[in-house]
Design a binder for this molecule. Structure first.
Ligand SMILES: Cc1cc2nc3c(=O)[nH]c(=O)nc-3n(C[C@H](O)[C@H](O)[C@H](O)COP(=O)(O)O)c2cc1C
Length: 364
């Protein structure tokens, strides 16, 4: 994560069935362990900076039950860290589902397994259906979600940075004689990511994270969002990088890319699952502005609503350069079938990004 590449790349959601594409095509992503392991090794060799999983507990129904089968992110992360060399692997943790003392220990353990390549993506909750399954009430107010998240993260941080046992008397946790060893590898706090879109979410990221994740609707509003977030962090004397998230359909010609895009995300979309995802996101999360749900149904089918990169290698590299120029530190990418499609992206798009000075070749 801390290399010199100006524009960093991560691969998002390979632990979930379907990845980010809500489609019934037969090549749709099978999120089994063998596929995840093969993909992680391929990404590691290609010099991709990180892999980021989605923590999902209930699928979105439809014909495919999109994301209904998914590898639990902490166990998945440990396995991948033990099997790779350079890449950072994130675990995604819901603050309400993991006790902070257990979480601090699990995260530190993964950091040791990997000699400092563990990253933490903090999720303060939005999906009420999942919370119901745990019999935990998802607070309607974003202030409460992030206040809880703050206390959760403060406890973890204190365990990681404090050699002496401490008592904790907070609003949500009351704990005695709290201690935890080992600390993270080399006593360094792992990279922290947070995807908060609401005002409270962005404040949380500004205070605690190294990277904020935001959804990109268009380049103009994206540049304005990065600018206003940077102003927010400057007031706190913190430097927090902003990442966004995209899906990629890269083919030798623009026509081929658009044809396949139309096929998997229109003709073969799993529309009931698309509508369920959009309904839940619209009800409980502020990830997307309200107009996104009326304008971008197809974008949700194609890639969970994130920014489309559909075209030939020149087009994709040019678009990535524009995202960089809008102020983003990097983006995640996804594919309908990661293992089949990433090699073409690696061979054709990465060298173009290198020519633009946005990345360098990995040292082999
Ligand atoms: C890139 C990205 C990754 C996310 N990962 C997860 C996840 O794995 N699990 C989850 O329940 N929510 C996830 N979210 C949702 C966020 O945690 C958050 O709830 C959402 O962005 C709404 O933010 P807000 O509550 O501040 O409006 C993700 C969002 C983004 C943009």
């Amino acid at each position: 994560m801390y290399n010199n590449n100006a524009f960093k790349l991560g691969v998002f959601s390979p632990n979930c069935s379907g990845g980010m594409a809500i489609s019934t095509v037969p090549e749709s992503w099978d999120a089994n362990w063998e596929n995840n392991l093969a993909l992680a090794k391929m990404l590691d060799e290609a010099g991709i900076e990180f892999i980021l999983p989605i923590a999902r507990w209930v699928g979105y129904g439809g014909e495919t039950n999109f994301q209904g089968s998914n590898l639990e992110t902490i166990a998945w992360c440990s396995g991948l860290l033990a099997s790779t060399k350079n890449i950072t692997v994130f675990a995604t943790a819901h603050t309400s589902f993991h006790h902070p003392i257990v979480a601090a220990k699990m995260f530190a353990t993964m950091d040791h397994i990997s000699k400092g390549r563990f990253g933490l993506n903090i999720v303060c909750g939005w999906n009420a259906q999942e919370y119901e399954m745990f019999n935990i009430k998802l607070p309607d107010e974003h202030e409460v979600r992030y206040e809880y998240g703050q206390e959760w993260f403060d406890i973890i941080n204190r365990i990681w940075t404090n050699d002496n046992p401490f008592n904790w008397n907070g609003k949500y946790f009351s704990l005695k004689n709290v201690q935890g060893d080992p600390k993270p590898y080399g006593q360094n706090i792992p990279p922290i990511m947070n995807a908060g879109s609401s005002n409270e979410g962005q404040e949380f990221a500004a205070r605690n994270a190294n990277y904020l994740f935001t959804v990109l609707i268009d380049l103009e509003s994206g540049a304005a969002n990065v600018k206003s977030f940077k102003e927010r962090t400057a007031k706190l004397n913190r430097d927090v990088g902003v990442f966004t998230t995209t899906y990629v359909v890269c083919r030798p010609t623009q026509d081929e890319a658009e044809e396949y895009h139309n096929f998997y995300a229109n003709e073969k979309a799993d529309w009931p699952a698309v509508d369920q995802l959009m309904k839940l996101q619209g009800l409980h999360s502020q990830s997307f502005p309200p107009e996104a749900f009326t304008q971008f149904r197809n974008r949700f089918a194609a890639g969970h609503g994130v920014y489309p990169l559909v075209g030939n290698p020149d087009y994709i590299a040019d678009e990535m350069e524009k995202i960089y120029k809008a102020g983003y530190a990097g983006t995640t990418i996804t594919f309908v079938n990661y293992l089949e499609e990433f090699p073409y992206f690696r061979d054709e798009v990465l060298p173009r990004l290198e020519s633009k000075g946005l990345r360098t070749s990995p040292i082999t």
